[in-house]
Ligand binder design. Structure first.
Ligand SMILES: NC(=O)c1ccc[n+]([C@@H]2O[C@H](COP(=O)([O-])OP(=O)(O)OC[C@H]3O[C@@H](n4cnc5c(N)ncnc54)[C@H](OP(=O)(O)O)[C@@H]3O)[C@@H](O)[C@H]2O)c1
Length: 291
């Protein structure tokens, strides 16, 4: 039995699809408010709970052999990125879990002080590494599925909002490829007890994204490029109203202000470990947008 957290999310729902296609039994950890109809339809066991509740994590972990942690922060990195994952790891030990797969983030080890999600991910990585469990930690850059709503907006308006330096490099990974790596991590020997940076097959500049949209929809992109200090201004204003939102925006700012890409060697290593060729961003988008 596989326990998948964040099973209704961008990565999690793809992980469940692959596992069910392979006829593996899956327990999908969802909330009452999550969209889980598809997971149920595919034959996943639906576990309704809240990852902020220890007792829900305890119950969900009973009798599972594999744990795949793909849930997001939901504005509370301390409770979800940190505490929930620590609890999942502890329960994995209690239940004799054979392999634990954690979705971390590219750059988790860089020590960004102002980015609570990065700090939580790194602390959990360390905890998992020293847990004695078999593990795989995947550190993705951006996910291609996040760009689908932006592409739909671009299709209608031709406008793309690019905050910060357009020349910053990024390695957007196909969310389907990532889900496949997540599932294969429990069986592929080269992924055992590894921390793997995960990106797509090409290093893109952030300004390449609207260009790709332009090619796909045959439209000249109108790029609106506000400088990063506008985010800083917004953060200061929000800080007066809600200090927590101001803190959480630190992770967002970190993502905008820095480069998150994998080297050619890292991608070649990934393809060698998992034995398949990674999909480009343009290929992913064309498949989903049917153009
Ligand atoms: N997006 C990126 O570009 C990116 C890049 C690097 C790493 N990552 C990491 O990848 C992981 C997944 O990202 P994603 O984009 O697939 O996330 P996502 O689509 O936002 O999904 C987040 C999932 O977490 C669930 N969740 C949130 N709070 C919960 C709670 N209290 N109890 C139970 N479930 C809860 C959500 O449930 P609901 O459906 O009920 O909301 C949803 O299924 C995250 O760990 C993220 O840090 C993402």
């Amino acid at each position: 039995m596989f326990l998948v957290t964040g099973a209704s999310g961008g990565i999690g729902r793809r992980v469940v699809r692959i596992l069910r296609d392979r006829e593996r039994s899956v327990r999908a950890f969802v909330r009452l408010t999550s969209h889980y109809g598809e997971l149920e339809h595919r034959g996943a066991e639906i576990f309704i709970g809240d990852l902020e509740q220890q007792k829900d994590i305890h119950k969900a972990c009973q009798g599972v052999q594999y744990i795949i942690s793909t849930h997001g922060s939901d504005g509370n990195p301390l409770a979800l990125d940190y505490r929930a994952n620590i609890e999942l790891i502890d329960q994995a030990k209690v239940n004799g879990v054979q392999h634990f797969v954690l979705i971390s983030v590219l750059g988790a080890e860089r020590g960004y002080e102002d980015a609570p999600v990065f700090k939580a991910k790194r602390a959990v990585e360390r905890y998992l590494e020293s847990s004695g469990l078999n593990y795989t930690i995947l550190r993705p850059a951006g996910l291609a599925s996040n760009l689908l709503p932006l592409a739909e907006r671009f299709r209608e308006t031709g406008v793309y909002l690019l905050i910060g330096d357009p020349k910053n490099r990024t390695s957007i990974v196909s969310t389907d490829d990532l889900a496949r790596m997540v599932v294969d991590s429990v069986t592929v020997a080269g992924a055992r007890n590894q921390i793997l940076p995960v990106g797509g097959p090409e290093i893109l500049l952030r300004e390449d994204i609207p260009r790709i949209f332009g090619r796909i929809f045959n439209k000249e992109p109108i790029i609106i490029n506000p400088p990063l200090f506008m985010i800083d201004g917004l953060r200061s204003v929000l800080g007066f109203i809600n200090p927590q939102v101001q803190k959480n925006l630190g992770t967002f700012r970190t993502l905008l202000a820095n480069e998150f890409f994998c080297t050619t060697e890292e991608i070649a290593n990934l393809e060698a470990i998992f034995g398949f060729e990674l999909e480009t961003l343009e290929h992913f988008l064309r498949r989903y947008l049917a153009v």
